[in-house]
Design a protein around this ligand. Structure first.
Ligand code: M6R
Length: 600
């Protein structure tokens, strides 16, 4: 899960070095342990540096490279070989005739490497990628054209890849895709290639998504896409509806904070045109053709898995059989799935390898598959039978925030569509969510609460029903951006073990809304925590007397449990953000993580 950028400009167009570095800065969410670029004209120049993109920017001789209109670049999240200058991409052959960048994993690289080493090739890096330029060079030495050499090398690879290459002295970029995303952009003054649209959205919104097996030749005038056998294939050109400003920080210190504050807008976009107030019904045009009343299985990872837990709970409460599975644990060998089952992949990026594998496995059994995703043209969207978009807009911060809220809301809409019940009250409640999230953002005391816990080194989050996934999500946000230990539990589980960890030094966040049975039981669990003298933060709408046990309160508007869970999630995002900010963490790019996880 790395980021790739490629560019070929027309005469008078922008310098490749500038386009590539700008593009990489939009893709750092995909990996940021090292970066590099190559320009092939007049002679092949390669620059790379360990660390975030700023390290590369510091060493690239922009002036020397200003004349070159062709280039490729890469931002890396290590799989084979530690982050280092030498393992950073691009990789070249020994003679420096070709430079290659790669996203994914070449599964048969060891065998290829052994063969090449036996033939005398001396490898410089520990990466799987380095076999590719050496293979290409082998074919060049036999006198075949760069394009043919590129194709023959690609033919030998097994695994997942998006690969781009430039050849010394040539104003052409070649690229190929297998299970890792690549999109081509067509601009007025050049042709672009990237792992994701934000890399070139400031230059063009006209794009073409490559499919598995595609090989593309980019020149200043456009792109020619062929299949692996070299036959031309027709990939439609689409216009993406992203505003370049959406992918910038707009005055916020971090993308994460910006994206938390964008939630009301994202949620309004998510709802737009989907609820018919008069009829009290939901229309989801994306999935008009989907009609299903059998069992539903959700597959997802991380934050998306927490959203999937909501989806399953919402469907069960509407009388449908539904379960959520961690995609990495999902296997049709053990989990009963057949043609009557709808398998829903919840994935912001649409490119998460674990989720794609689970969906593909489910599809093989004959199940109907549905992608609930933010990314038009993503692998999940294209491979599933149906795709439902959450419409959150681009999310750059590695920590998922607005996409989580949009997933929750989209899954509530999906549940309403599948059970086909007109329920005006429930739909009106959904319609109110964006405004209520705005109220939370305007009134939150999360920053002050975070300030109280600067020295705490362990956090617990508890909740019941819809609030259980919020507890899991609150803990995930806390650990990923503050690097402090945090765990989320179903409130009733605390006494079955985790309570042993609760002390006066472990803050406990309890999500409690309303005054129903669930709230009453959770308050009992809060009392158990209070008896161990842990500092307690209630995230509550004031519907109960939970605050008599708690030291701090994060208020949310009074509403139903489902909406309460969306609002509570916003409060917990803010607590984690402000604590991470206070601790000086790398909030948008937490250590060891990447936005899009394209390896299993
Ligand atoms: O793109 P996806 O939604 O499939 O990503 C799944 C997880 O990697 C992701 O939700 C991750 O847990 C979050 N970025 C953490 O904030």
């Amino acid at each position: 899960m790395c980021g790739i950028v490629g560019y070929v400009g027309t005469t008078g167009g922008a310098a490749a070095v500038d386009v590539v570095l700008d593009g990489l800065s939009s893709l750092e969410y995909r990996g940021y342990d090292s970066a590099g670029l190559a320009v092939p004209t007049p002679s092949l120049a390669v620059h790379k540096a360990q660390g975030e993109l700023a390290a590369l920017e510091g060493i690239v001789p922009r002036g020397d490279l200003a004349g070159s209109l062709t280039g490729i670049g890469h931002t890396r999240w290590s799989t084979h070989g530690a982050p280092s200058d030498v393992n950073a991409h691009p990789h070249t052959d020994e003679a420096g005739r070709v430079a290659v960048v790669h996203n994914g994993i070449i599964e048969n690289y060891q065998r290829l490497r052994d063969d090449l080493a036996e033939a005398g090739v001396v490898f410089r890096s520990e990466t799987d990628t380095e076999v590719v330029p050496h293979l290409i060079r082998r074919y060049l030495d036999r006198g075949v054209s760069p394009e043919a050499a590129f194709r023959r090398a690609i033919d030998q690879l097994e695994g997942s890849y998006a690969i781009a290459a430039v050849f010394e002295g040539s104003e052409t970029v070649y690229a190929a895709r297998q299970d890792s995303p690549l999109v081509v952009g067509f601009g007025e003054t050049g042709t672009y290639l990237a792992s994701d649209v934000p890399a070139f959205i400031e230059h063009t919104d006209r794009v073409c998504y490559l499919e598995n097996g595609d090989v593309v030749r980019l020149t200043a005038d456009g792109a020619v896409v062929t299949d692996s056998a070299g036959n031309p294939v027709d990939r439609p050109t689409e216009t993406v509806a992203w505003d370049p400003e959406d992918a910038e920080k707009s005055g916020y210190d971090h993308y994460m904070l910006k994206e938390i504050h964008e939630q009301p807008t994202a949620l309004r976009q998510c709802l737009r045109g989907r609820i018919d107030d008069l009829e009290g019904t939901v229309t989801l045009e994306d999935i008009n053709g989907l009609d299903h009343d059998g069992p539903v299985q959700f597959v997802a990872c991380g934050t998306s898995y927490h959203a999937a837990l909501f989806g399953a709970e919402r469907l069960r409460r509407n009388g449908m059989a539904a379960q959520a599975f961690l995609a990495s644990e999902y296997t049709t060998d053990r989990i009963p799935v057949d043609a009557e089952t709808l398998v829903v992949g919840v994935t912001q990026s649409g490119e998460t390898a674990d989720t794609l594998r689970a969906l593909r496995e489910a599809a093989r059994t004959g199940a109907t598959t549905l992608a609930v995703t933010n990314t038009v043209g993503s692998s999940a969207a294209r491979e599933c039978d149906h795709a439902l978009y959450i419409r959150a807009g681009p999310e750059i911060g590695v920590a998922a925030t607005k996409t989580f809220a949009s997933q929750q809301l989209t899954l509530a809409l999906l549940a309403a569509k599948l059970v086909d019940s007109s329920n005006r009250t429930a739909l009106e409640a959904l319609r109110d969510i964006p405004g209520q999230v705005q109220t939370v953002l305007d009134t939150s005391d999360a920053r002050a609460v975070a300030e109280e816990f600067v020295d705490a080194d362990g956090f617990f989050f508890i909740g019941r029903g819809y609030h259980y996934p919020v507890a899991l999500e609150g803990a995930l946000k806390m650990k990923e951006i503050t690097y402090r230990h945090a765990e989320g539990f179903a409130a009733g589980e605390l006494k079955h073990g985790p309570l042993a960890l609760v002390t006066e030094d472990t803050p406990v966040f309890a999500v409690v809304t309303g005054d129903g049975e669930g709230a009453r039981k959770t308050i009992g669990n809060v009392a158990e925590v209070a008896a161990r003298e842990a500092p307690i933060v209630a995230v509550t709408d004031g519907g109960s007397d939970v605050t008599r046990y708690t030291d701090y309160v994060l208020e949310i508007p009074t509403t139903d449990d489902f909406t309460g869970s969306v609002l509570a999630a916003t409060q917990l995002q803010l607590v984690s953000y402000w604590l991470a900010n206070r601790l000086g963490r790398s909030i948008d790019k937490p250590r060891n993580l990447a936005k899009c996880v394209t390896v299993e």
